[in-house]
Each structure stands twice: as C-alpha cells, then as structure tokens.
Design a protein around this ligand. Structure first.
Ligand code: NAD
Length: 508
C-alpha cells in the first residue's frame, strides 16, 4: 500500500539526500554492469519540472554507446539462457523484493524527475515490484507450447526467447512502465537494452542497479540514455536487437517502424489515446462523476488510458458538466512531494506549452473553458490548473488530439448509436469506459467500441493477466499474461511421425 503519511518537509529532505548523487557526478549509461560515460563524452542537462533548476547531467548516447550495449546484451544472452527458467525466476523475484524495499526512494526520485505527485507515485513504485513478481511467477511457463496431433504425427510447439531486445519508454510514469516492459522480456529469457525518456532519466538507472544487486548477470539489462533521434533511433536500427518494445507517441511509433524496416524488427507498440467515457442517463451519476474526474485529473492527466473525452447523454449533460466544473475547483495543485497534491507540475515547459495551447484552441473553436484553481505562488509555469471544455463537438482539435494533460473535453450525445459513432470517430483506439445500468446496452456498446480495452461502470482497474493494448493508432500487440511472452519469444513446431505414413516415391 502507498504510504503518504510523510509531510512535505520530510519528503523534501529525504528526496534531497537521494538526489545528491545525481548532482555530484554525471549519470552514466549502465553497460555490461558498469556505469560509463558516452563514447563521445556528450551529456545533456536534466531539469526539475518544479522550478527548472538543474538536477545534474546525464550521458547522452549515440550509435557507439548503443553498439556497446547491444553487444553486451548479445553476449549475456547465453549466460541468461544457461541460468534456466528457475534461475531466472529466482533472480526476478529478488529484483521485486529489492524494489519493494526501495519503493519510497524510487517514488521520491520519480516525483521530482517527472512532476507526478507522491500520492500516486508511491503506489506506482509498488506496482513496479508487482510487475516483476507477476512475470517471475510465469517464467517457468514461457517455453510451454501446444500439442497438435494428427492420425500420423504428433506436432508440438515450444517457445524460445527471441534474443536481445530494445525497450524504449516515455516520461509519464517511467519506473512503472519500464518494469511493465522489462520484467516480461527478462522472464522470457531475453536480454535488454533500455533507452529511457530524456525528460525523466533517473529511475531507469535505479532499476538497473537494483537488478544487478539482485544477481542479474552483467549485460542482461543495459541502459543507454540519450535523445530519441540519436540513441533511440540507433537502438531501433541495430542488427543485434531482434525486437523493439516501445511505449510513447503514435508518430514516434511510425518512425520506429520505418527505422526498423532494414533489420526486420519485430515491434510492439503502446501508443497514444483519446479515450471516451460514455455516461448514459441511467448511470449512477455520483460514481460516474468520481471516476470521470479521477481518470483524467490523476497522474497530471499524463496517462495513456485517461478518459480525456467524456460523452454525456443530452438529458444529463448540463447537470453532469456543472458538477464536474465545481469538482475541478477543489482538486489540489501543488508541489509533487506534498502529500495532499493531486496535480503536480507538468514534466517540461515544452509539454506545458502544448497543453496550454489547447486551452487557446478551445476558445478559438467556440468551446467554453472552465478552470480549476491554480497553485498560488507556483515556482514555475509548469503548474497548470485542471481544465474542462464544454459545448465541444467531436470535430474540434480538443476532442480529436491527445492533450496528455489535466484537460477534459465534454461532448453531448443523443442516443446509443450516436454515442458509439462519436466514440469511434477518432484515429485512436486504446481504451473506452461506459456507465449505464442497462446490462444489455453495456454489452452491446462494449462490443461496438473500437478499442483494445473496455471498462464498464469502472475506473481503470488493471488485472495483470488481462491483455493491455490498443487498436488503430493506439498500438500494435498486447501485453499482460501470456500475451507478453508471445512477443518476446519465437514459436517452433516439431512434427514427429508416429509410423509409416505415405511418402510419395519420385524414383522412375
Ligand atoms: P515520445 O514518443 O516522444 O517518446 C517516447 C520515447 O521514444 C522516448 O524515450 C524518446 O526519446 C524515444 N524516441 C523519440 N523519437 C524516437 C525515434 N525516432 N526512435 C526511437 N526512439 C525515439 O513519447 P513521450 O512524449 O515521451 O510520451 C508520451 C506519449 O506516450 C503519449 O502519446 C502517451 O499516450 C504515450 N503512452 C502510451 C502508453 C500506452 O500504454 N499506450 C503508456 C504511456 C504513455
């Protein structure tokens, strides 16, 4: 459970102690178990989202560093294979244990690096450990296949790790997302080169350090920091890297697909979303209001599965939106380490600029803008008030584009068919939420929504064995349970003749 019983002052003092090492010396890559500078010597500066102060410098990798990491992952592949599934399982359980022991440290650093609030990050660090435990438990099932017999043959399938893989992650909840991709890759028997986001590089290093301490052989998990178009691009092009698991924007996914074409990379994409939450007039209004508010204004709205478009049935539209407008006035915006904060600073001035530009767009396009309270005396412009856009139509950019901030667009609909039409009239298809007390309608609408995941009368409650992923521009592939292993393995079929089946004789 998340423990938010510490005061802001206690959190600040403890975080400051943890951050000192990053100020003292540049953060290196972690290649073959060693912390190393870039071959070029290049670094970039890591800035605090809170006040833009410098938090230290970070090695900026390019193709030379990626090459060293990929070779290291290639050499370590045999070592990791030789440990066997039981050996890998034990090590990954140890990683989970150490993450749990350091969950508070991870959460404090994550908050200061991303601007996400402690209220949510303490749970995210714990969830990172749960990801490792879950996939460690499954490690001994990865090779399992099917028996597909015929009258003449026994066919059986087996699965084997595909080899070294690249994992590229975004900045929104970096530690949890890294574990979500890396734990199944390692459990499958793959070795990994991880390229974390340049706006939040710190906790990736902690994860790799913890893994080494838990007994992961050097080279099994390597981290190369750097920018997307240098380190990230090189990783997607490296011939030793067999597959790329990517979480980030849809446009970056397209770029990665082209970059990986020459080396025929297998890709798994978790991309953007503009997820609808449909509220019918028979829904439990109080619970729907709470869920709609939570699913866009938690995690700074920087969440791929946020319900950023609320479609409300006409008869309850005015009442529902006026209650929403009241609620956002009470959502606390503040320092990410303040235990009462819900919305912390957005990650980077460039992202803040993007989010704010949609407020201007909403006004220009004729929507009404409702604002929650901003933080008094905020130390930087990255602290933004939650916003709600009403009188919006689905054609507006605030309804079609992913804002990835605490901004909700409310659109009215007339009936079930209209709701489904509006919900699907978008290039994304990650998640959909719907609130109704009509059980038949709930199933009909769930079936009609073009999205990878649907929640009915529910906020986004994850169950790790269930498939996670999106349709259309929201992704390729599914994670969770055995779906993760399909991506990180090659399947082989072995066919054994049971006796003397007919073999055509071609001799003259
Ligand atoms: P981004 O695509 O800009 O960057 C993600 C990562 O890709 C970073 O590490 C970046 O350095 C790297 N990158 C950028 N260009 C690259 C290139 N040409 N080749 C290789 N790597 C490259 O995304 P972001 O702004 O960091 O993250 C926000 C996005 O992530 C949002 O669209 C959000 O919806 C998405 N996201 C999706 C999920 C999901 O599960 N579907 C989860 C979290 C975030």
């Amino acid at each position: 459970m998340a423990d938010n019983s510490y005061t802001l002052e206690q959190n600040l003092a403890e975080a400051d102690g943890y951050l000192q090492r990053f100020r003292d010396q540049p953060l290196g890559h972690l290649i073959n178990g060693d912390s190393v500078a870039s071959v070029s010597g290049d670094t970039f500066t890591n800035h605090s989202p809170i006040d833009q102060s410098e938090m230290g410098s970070v090695a900026s990798g390019d193709s030379a560093d990626i090459d060293a990491a990929a070779r290291s992952a290639e050499e370590a592949f045999g070592v990791w294979q030789n440990m066997g599934a039981v050996g890998r399982q034990k090590t990954l359980r140890d990683v989970a244990r150490l993450i749990t022991e350091r969950a508070r440290q991870i959460a404090l650093i994550e908050c200061v690096d991303t601007g996400q609030s402690m209220r949510f990050m303490s749970a995210a660090a714990v969830r990172g450990a749960a990801n490792f435990t879950y996939f460690a438990d499954l490690a001994t099932t990865v090779a399992n296949g099917q028996s597909l017999p015929t009258d003449t043959h026994i066919n059986y399938t087996t699965r084997r790790a595909i080899g070294p893989v690249g994992v590229i992650t975004p900045w929104n909840t970096p530690f949890m997302l890294s574990t979500w991709k890396i734990a199944p890759a390692l459990a499958a028997g793959c070795t990994v080169v991880h390229k974390p986001a340049e706006w939040s590089p710190l906790t990736a290093h902690l994860l790799a350090e913890i893994a080494l301490e838990a007994g992961l052989p050097p080279g099994v998990l390597n981290v190369v920091h750097g920018l997307g178009h240098t380190a990230g691009k090189s990783l997607t092009e490296h011939p030793s890297i067999k597959a790329i698991a990517f979480v980030g924007e849809s446009a970056t996914g397209s770029a990665i697909q082209s970059q990986g074409a020459d080396t025929l990379k297998r890709v798994h994409f978790e991309l953007g979303g503009k997820n609808p939450v449909i509220v019918f007039d028979d829904a439990d209004m109080e619970r729907a209001l709470r869920a709609v508010t939570f699913m866009i204004y938690s995690l700074n709205g920087e969440r791929c599965t946020s319900s950023s478009r609320v479609l409300i049935q006409e008869g309850i539209y005015d009442e529902f939106t006026s209650k929403l407008a009241e609620r956002i006035k009470t959502i606390p915006v503040g320092h990410p380490l303040d235990p009462s904060t819900v919305i912390g600073p957005l990650v980077h001035p460039r992202h803040t600029g993007k989010v704010k530009s949609y407020v201007d767009a909403a006004v220009e396009q004729g929507a009404t803008v409702h604002r929650g309270t901003n933080m008094a005396d905020a130390p930087s412009d990255n602290f933004v008030a939650p916003v709600l856009f009403t009188q919006a139509t689905n054609q507006m950019s605030i309804a079609q584009e992913e804002i990835f901030g605490p901004a909700l667009t409310a659109i009215p609909f007339s009936d079930e068919a209209d709701a489904v039409k509006i919900a699907n009239d978008i290039e994304y298809g990650l998640a959909g939420y719907l609130w109704t007390n009509d059980v038949s309608r709930a199933h009909r609408v769930a079936d009609a929504l073009d999205a990878g995941m649907i929640w009915i009368n529910s906020q986004n409650v994850r169950h790790l064995p269930t498939p996670f992923g999106g349709n259309k521009r929201s992704g390729i592939g599914r994670d969770g349970g055995d779906w993760s292993f399909d991506f990180y393995t090659e399947t082989k079929n072995v066919s054994v003749a049971l006796g003397d089946h007919p073999i055509p004789d071609l001799a003259g």
